[in-house]
Write a protein that binds this ligand. Structure first.
Ligand SMILES: Cc1cc2nc3c(=O)[nH]c(=O)nc-3n(C[C@H](O)[C@H](O)[C@H](O)COP(=O)(O)OP(=O)(O)OC[C@H]3O[C@@H](n4cnc5c(N)ncnc54)[C@H](O)[C@@H]3O)c2cc1C
Ligand code: HEM
Length: 569
């Protein structure tokens, strides 16, 4: 299924109905199929609005009103593959037949119209006029950066998008900054520096966010056999999968995921440590201790030298996307068009992907570097088929689109090939499940992927027999249903787990539900008794149109905003 339009948001306000969609616009087939006929027109119209913005009220644990933007439907012939093709053609995309020049701020600001739009990102000026209709976020969104230094705007939405490669042919030149440039701000000011009060002072002071969690404190200890790095996170939700460790012979980088922030420990160690290590987390205080055995017994006079970024605490959206070259260990067929990839991380990296989070996969397609997001899954939903190599392998379940930009390449990968994977990202919080007694999941196509770990977690890891888990899984045909055998087997083993399959193109033998997502179908599936309860969590994932409609219906059915979580990308 087309998962091209996912963004993580909480329950959104019901979108305003708008005018008829222009006929030249098209929504991807699946989106049209999944949505009930009567709703199709309005969703189509919403989707084809160039800037598609949803006012999203975040739930209790994120009590700030934010605006979340989603992708829009593009005109036929304006897909990413079409943009790649245009880039390969000899068309003059920068407007100067490829020649480049330094651009003054005054000059940049003149090019702020749709038919003549330049944008500066990280000191480089691009003519984005030819890209307008290809921009997946829509023309209006791209125009927000026209004639300006759009770096901050760009980073806020998709810092991981490789603009340098995608806009290579649109590059005009370097931005000459002589006067202060007008930057359009859309978030609070950047983190301010705070005084570093630590005993074992780092080379860089911690950066305190304007709001959000308190910056952690770092310390280290040793005995003759081992050295311990201690991070006082003050976060009660610290878990092993919130800690990424990357090391070479003497350098050590630890990244801690603390709510929406990353805390960095980056050290060139004074002496060698062994490969194995232990992570100990004190639940009540969030104190996180990473213990490394010393290679030789000795007393170290110091921990070593603090490197760039050590003891910094930054919002994850401000952290640059880093990729690691990983090895494909195995590839298996999940369905006729979907594969399960087991990816081996490099030996120096230990990384788990938290529940509901995704990684980016990056590859150069016909000279353009393309990045796409994929939710990490597990080897199987069945407990006896798990891969216990925690931190060293990740699994991705990916639908291959024959005419897609990136997935045909992914589909061609075999064991032994390499794939570039980023650190995890995402906003779902595992602790959100703590008091949930009714978990209701709506998935369409590969929108099933975030549900995999959720189901596994609730049935096998954080077992609560009193918690009911219900999955409604929308697909075209029976052949499209991912891991049906495993899901069916779980329903046999667990009385508190039910699955309902709904097919839009069922054949005559199909005994289950047919059709698309409707308010009625949701009304009978979501427990009415929990309407006002904080113990209910409804999750939705699929094409944006699907997720939005599930969000809208659950709101119309009277479920509370903070009972809803959507995975939209
Ligand atoms: C947070 C997140 C998590 C995700 N997790 C997963 C996951 O676990 N598994 C998974 O399989 N996917 C997942 N996705 C989707 C994934 O990121 C890609 O979007 C998907 O793999 C398609 O990539 P592609 O480049 O091959 O296809 P694309 O080039 O994007 O094309 C996909 C399809 O859309 C059609 N298309 C493209 N542009 C147009 C247009 N303008 N008009 C009409 N049709 C068009 C193409 O022809 C093709 O059929 C996720 C997305 C997000 C945001
Ligand atoms: C600076 C102004 C810009 C704004 C406000 C903006 C906004 C958006 C929005 C709202 C989306 C949809 C949400 C999402 O999928 O994450 C989006 C998607 C996208 N934008 Fe932009 N954008 C800007 C500039 C650019 C530029 C210069 C490029 C050039 C490469 C670009 C490339 C993309 C791509 C590739 C996507 C799809 C991401 C995906 O696959 O998920 N954007 N943009």
């Amino acid at each position: 299924m087309d998962m091209n339009h996912r963004k993580t948001l909480n329950h959104c306000e019901a979108p305003v109905r708008s005018q008829e969609a222009p006929s030249i616009m098209l929504l991807k087939n699946l989106e049209e199929e999944i949505i009930e006929g009567s709703e199709k027109k309005s969703v189509l119209a919403q989707q084809t609005h160039e800037a598609h913005q949803l006012q999203v009220r975040r739930s209790n644990h994120l009590p700030i009103a934010v605006t979340v933007q989603a992708k829009v439907a593009l005109k036929p012939g304006r897909s990413l593959m079409d943009w790649i093709r245009l880039g390969r053609s000899n068309q003059d995309l920068n407007g100067f037949k490829g020649s480049t020049m330094d651009i003054s701020v005054e000059e940049l600001t003149k090019h702020n119209k749709q038919e003549d739009a330049w944008i500066a990102i990280r000191g480089k000026v691009y003519n984005v006029t030819p890209y307008m209709e290809y921009h997946p976020g829509g023309i209006e969104e791209l125009m927000r950066g026209a004639g300006l230094d759009g770096t901050q705007l760009f980073d806020e939405v998709h810092k991981w998008v490789n603009f340098e490669s995608m806009l290579e042919k649109c590059y005009i030149g370097k931005l000459k900054v002589t006067t202060p440039i007008h930057k359009r701000e859309s978030t609070p000011a950047q983190p301010a520096q705070i005084k570093n009060l630590q005993q074992n002072g780092p080379s860089l002071a911690a950066l305190k966010p304007p709001s959000g969690p308190v910056p952690p404190r770092f310390d280290w200890f040793q005995n003759k056999n081992s050295v311990s790095l201690v991070i006082y996170t003050k976060c009660k939700h610290m878990r092993r999968d919130c800690v990424i460790i990357q090391r070479s012979e003497l350098t050590l980088l630890c990244i801690l995921y603390i709510e929406d922030y990353n805390y960095f420990v980056n050290i060139e160690l004074a002496n060698k440590i062994k490969d194995n290590y232990d992570v100990r987390i004190q639940k009540e205080t969030g104190k996180t201790e990473i213990v490394f055995p010393k290679e030789t017994e000795s007393q170290w006079s110091s921990i070593g030298r603090f490197l760039d970024q050590h003891n910094t605490f930054r919002n994850t959206k401000d952290v640059e996307t880093t990729y690691h070259s990983c090895n494909i260990e195995s590839v298996s067929e999940v369905s006729h068009d979907c594969k399960l990839l087991c990816i081996h991380l490099p030996p120096e990296l230990s990384m788990c992907v938290p529940l509901g989070h995704h990684v980016h996969v990056q590859h150069n397609i016909s000279g353009m570097t393309i990045a796409r997001s994929y939710t990490a899954v597990i080897k199987s939903l069945l407990p006896d088929k798990q891969d216990d190599r925690l931190g060293s392998v990740i699994y991705l379940m990916i639908k291959i689109y024959k005419d897609g930009a990136l997935t045909p390449w992914i589909g061609s990968l075999s064991p032994g090939d390499t794939i570039d994977i980023s650190y995890p990202e995402g906003t779902f919080k595992e602790e959100r499940l703590k008091d949930v007694t009714d978990l209701v999941l709506y998935a369409a196509g590969t929108g099933f992927t975030p549900m995999i770990k959720l189901v596994y977690h609730c049935l096998h890891v954080d077992q609560k027999p009193a918690r009911n888990i219900k999955l409604m899984f929308f697909n075209k045909t029976e052949n499209d249903i991912l891991w049906k055998d495993q899901l069916d087997s779980l329903t046999q083993d667990f009385k508190n787990f039910t699955v309902e399959y709904v097919l839009s193109e069922a054949n005559d033998n199909w005994q289950g539900q047919k059709g698309r997502v409707t308010k009625e179908i949701m009304e009978t599936f979501t427990p009415a008794s929990t309407k006002d309860s904080s113990n209910l969590l409804i999750c939705a994932c699929g094409p944006t149109a699907f997720t939005e409609i599930v969000s809208r219906y659950s709101k119309e059915l009277g479920y509370k905003d903070d009972s809803f979580h959507a995975f939209l990308g």
